[in-house]
Design a protein around this ligand. Structure first.
Ligand SMILES: Cc1cc2nc3c(=O)[nH]c(=O)nc-3n(C[C@H](O)[C@H](O)[C@H](O)COP(=O)(O)OP(=O)(O)OC[C@H]3O[C@@H](n4cnc5c(N)ncnc54)[C@H](O)[C@@H]3O)c2cc1C
Length: 512
């Protein structure tokens, strides 16, 4: 029978990093509904996973719950902490009347008492914009977003996780094998053989074995083994919009008595920013910078200043980053996910979420027969391209609207930056009106109105306030006053992030 008339049964996932195992769980879940799928994850023992990628966004909870992973297991196995959002520090120039040079992008919505009060806020700006969310208060007090009695995957405010990337991949792997019967092979793939119409037919392993599959998911990281080396799909370089192209990463041990902040810290510096992610036993930190604006030597020196005593350059990992994505993520019987699909610097922790969404998408849309792939692929490729473009817009926004001008980097990010037509138009429009739900398309945009509001107004973007009636303004003010009271009451009920985790560990130990 022609290869194209065959049913898709045997699926190879090339790569056992976060992307590979996320894909394995999504496809595994699908295999509980679809008859006959056989899924194999192949990874090389000689090519380690990248091992960074410790910050997530809140929709990861939905996937983990769908996979059947117990939240307690995630907490116990991956040094996991809770993340209520990102605290951006020094992204604006210091100013006399700028009391705090920080703002939050929380997962919580900035609608006090459930009501959109943006226009009232624009009119009097009496508090920091992110203080319109409850998360702001939880974060400022280093509290846990969950109550003692919160159910798994549920919190008093919205949250995601920080975790150890390697341990997380292991957790996903164990779950995929145990729950969905995913096959796991440790083999190095040397090359692939093409069959009819240029579809991939089989993989050549380093030990001489050749194995046939019907469909291939390329999760081979920056190696991009199939999407690049077999199909030669062009990489759309976004280095002219996202200037940071290098990262220095360093893990720092912490004490069990240290407070744990429930957010990622993103502190801007003269040529990029520093991430600081607290786990239960250590912090993951990273110095992201543009090599066109700062030498490696200067970057290391700056990073050393951030860490102070105890900093050792030999413990620092140096990771080059290329901003951009593959022109197509689905070609014939191959789909690329994770770093093989694309990457932009980790400012908004966008990589795992894009992978998660695309893995879910491909699991749902995988056709029954190979011959039906082309139309599906064409349609989905367009969508995924839009996902990337809008994510790039959102990450770039943080640099673009800054008023920092203390280095050529900040001049290049602001006055000299290349900006997409969509973002330029939106920014122009948002001078006269605050972002509206109708400005966004839920299907292809991960960052919606709430996220844009927090970044725009955290960074003093000048939008005119509309003239509301006096009665409506009074009403909005009463809602904001209620919000502050509710936030205070909530903070009174929550306990510190460290205490919550310690109590949880003690409870888990007692149960064993
Ligand atoms: C500096 C930095 C910071 C980041 N921070 C974040 C963050 O905070 N949040 C976030 O969401 N994302 C972040 N990311 C991205 C995140 O690390 C990745 O999305 C995630 O780790 C997934 O990687 P991956 O599985 O695609 O690739 P990898 O982890 O590199 O895995 C590749 C796999 O492919 C296998 N492989 C490769 N070649 C072969 C071969 N020839 N034969 C067999 N197997 C092969 C390897 O053995 C490995 O198992 C960050 C990335 C970087 C660079």
């Amino acid at each position: 029978m022609s290869q194209l008339n065959m049913k898709i049964r045997k699926i190879a996932i090339v790569g056992g990093g976060t992307a590979g195992w996320l894909a394995a769980n999504h496809l595994g879940l699908e295999s509980t509904k679809r008859r006959g799928l056989e899924i194999t994850v192949i990874e090389s023992k000689d090519i380690p996973i990248i091992g960074v990628g410790e910050g997530t966004v809140s929709i990861i909870r939905k996937s983990l719950e769908n996979f059947g992973i117990n939240e307690a297991e995630l907490l116990l196995r991956c040094d996991t902490t809770f993340k209520t959002g990102i605290k951006f520090i020094d992204w604006m120039a210091p100013k006399k009347n700028r009391k705090n040079n920080f703002f939050y992008h929380p997962f919580d919505t900035p609608y006090p008492s459930g009501l959109d009060s943006t226009n009232y806020w624009l009119w009097n700006k009496s508090c920091e914009f992110s203080a319109l969310t409850k998360s702001y208060f939880v974060a400022e007090k280093n509290q846990c977003p969950k109550l003692r009695e919160s159910s798994p995957y549920d919190g008093a405010v919205n949250y995601a996780y920080h975790f150890d990337a390697k341990k997380f991949a292991d957790l996903l792997s164990d779950n995929a094998k145990r729950r969905f019967g995913i096959i796991h092979k440790i083999k190095t793939i040397i090359s692939a053989n093409l069959g009819e119409n240029g579809f991939i037919k089989s993989l050549n392993y380093g030990d001489g074995e050749v194995e046939e599959f019907d469909f291939f998911i390329d999760c081979s990281g920056f190696n991009a083994l199939l999407i690049d080396k077999v199909f030669d799909v062009p990489f759309i370089n976004k280095g002219d919009q996202i200037l940071a192209d290098q990262a220095l990463a360093l893990q720092v041990k912490t004490e069990s008595s240290d407070e744990i902040f429930p957010y990622t810290k993103a502190t801007a510096h003269q040529a990029g920013w520093i991430w600081d992610i607290p786990l239960t036993t250590r912090r993951g930190t990273g110095f992201v910078y543009s090599s066109a604006h700062m030498s490696e030597q200067e970057a290391v020196a700056e990073f050393a200043r951030y860490h102070g005593a105890g900093f050792r350059e030999e413990n620092v990992r140096k990771i080059p980053m290329k901003a951009g994505y593959r022109e197509k993520f689905w070609v014939k019987n191959c789909v690329a996910l994770g770093l093989a699909q694309g990457f932009i610097e980790p400012l908004e922790a966008t990589s795992i979420v894009i992978t998660d969404r695309c893995a879910e998408l491909i699991s749902h849309l995988l056709p029954e027969y190979l011959k039906d792939i082309d139309l599906r692929a064409k349609q989905i490729n367009l969508r995924v391209q839009t996902i990337w473009e809008r994510v790039i817009d959102f990450v770039q926004l943080h640099y673009l609207i800054s008023d920092r001008r203390d280095s050529t980097f900040w001049h290049d990010c602001t006055e000299n930056a290349k900006v997409s037509g969509v973002l330029s138009e939106r920014l122009l429009m948002w001078k006269s009106f605050a972002p509206d739900h109708y400005d966004f398309s839920a299907e292809v945009e991960f960052f919606h109105r709430e996220s844009f509001l927090c970044v725009l107004y955290g960074m003093d973007y000048p939008t005119l306030s509309l003239e509301n009636t006096e009665e409506y303004m009074v009403f909005l003010k009463s809602k904001i006053d209620t919000h502050f009271k509710d936030a205070e009451a909530l903070v009174g009920k929550l306990i510190s992030h460290r205490q919550w985790l310690n109590e949880f560990y003690a409870y888990a130990a007692n149960k064993q």
